[in-house]
Ligand binder design. Structure first.
Ligand SMILES: [Zn+2]
Length: 315
């Protein structure tokens, strides 16, 4: 554990006032709180992109300072616009796992689209009748928006086609289409800029599916093709993968290895020790809830405790 590598997970960084409106509080960190976290990490830890931190953690040498890698999942524009300047102000470089298909998308990621549609006032009745109409058998008992997360979880279990059918039908019924505004991905040029400024790019698949549910061909497109695409766009060699939703099994793991990735991240909670499989690395997801007081103010002591949770170096 003393030689462990702490890999932190973030998704989005937004100004405080926009955080309140985002339907997934666990996936968004207010800009000011993120800045305070990075400043503290830069002073107290050795913060490196995963491609540099991982070999360092396995070299056998005892690090002078705790080894930390900061990772971002999904590939939102705010990673480039807000998070990267904060990291760079402290001289820190991070790893950005981007969903390659999302970078060229004209629609939000399916869960953002689903959350906005299901969260819409008066959507409850519409959602249930649409679910019935398309034979969406897994629709949960409670109605959205109260049971929003249960609906999204049930949708996650559906095939990509069934999910798209449901969302498209819901849009038609509600007479509205969810715009990309507020959910924008970074552009290819912005991903390239991150790479050129010393950050690491990794793949988070092509369309953010539940990988174990895919056919072998689909798996190849999501895992191997996304790596090639990202390498082509950036000129970088892509060594890291991150499983969407953390979902992986032996077949998925083998596909990641065969595609040429050297390491991959899960959503399993913990610090990566020397015996952890490099293709199934644990991480610590930093949520605003865990690092804030009851009135919503950022607490450095809570962040410190969260990061040190598994780490003997701070004890
Ligand atoms: Zn993701």
């Amino acid at each position: 554990m003393r030689r462990g590598l702490t890999v932190l997970t973030y998704h989005r960084v937004l100004p405080q006032e926009r955080c309140a409106r985002y339907p997934f509080p666990a996936l968004v960190m207010p800009e000011a709180a993120f800045a305070a976290q990075v400043e503290w990490l830069a002073k107290r830890c050795e913060v490196l992109p995963l491609r540099e931190a991982l070999p360092r953690s396995r070299s056998g040498a005892k690090p002078r300072r705790p080894l930390v890698a900061i990772t971002f999942d999904d590939g939102y524009a705010d990673n480039h616009d807000l998070a990267a300047p904060i990291l760079e102000a402290s001289g820190v470089r991070a790893t950005f796992f981007v969903t390659t298909g999302f970078l060229e998308a004209t629609r939000p990621l399916w869960f953002d689209r689903g959350a906005e549609l299901l969260g819409a006032v008066g959507a409850a009745h519409a959602a249930r009748s649409v679910a019935r109409a398309i034979g969406f058998a897994g629709a949960p008992v409670g109605d959205p928006p109260e049971a929003l997360l249960a609906w999204l979880e049930a949708l996650k279990q559906e095939s990509a086609e069934a999910r798209e059918r449901f969302l498209a039908e819901l849009e038609r019924t509600l007479g509205r289409v969810v715009p990309l505004a507020g959910y924008e991905p970074m552009t290819r040029a912005q991903a390239l800029a991150l790479h050129q400024r010393g950050h690491e790019l990794g793949s988070h698949s092509q369309t953010h599916p539940i990988l174990p549910s895919l056919s072998d061909e689909e798996l190849h497109a999501e895992i191997a093709a996304s790596r090639e695409q990202l390498a082509q766009w950036s000129g970088a060699s892509i060594e890291g993968f991150c499983y969407p939703n953390g979902d992986c099994d032996e077949r998925v793991l083998a596909a990641v290895r065969d595609a040429g990735y050297r390491y991959a991240c899960t959503t399993r909670d913990g610090v990566a020790g020397p015996s952890d499989d490099v293709l199934a690395l644990p991480r610590i997801c930093v949520t605003n809830h865990a690092v804030s007081s009851a009135n919503g103010r950022f607490r450095l002591t809570a962040f410190r405790a969260e990061v040190a949770r598994f780490h003997a170096l701070w004890r």
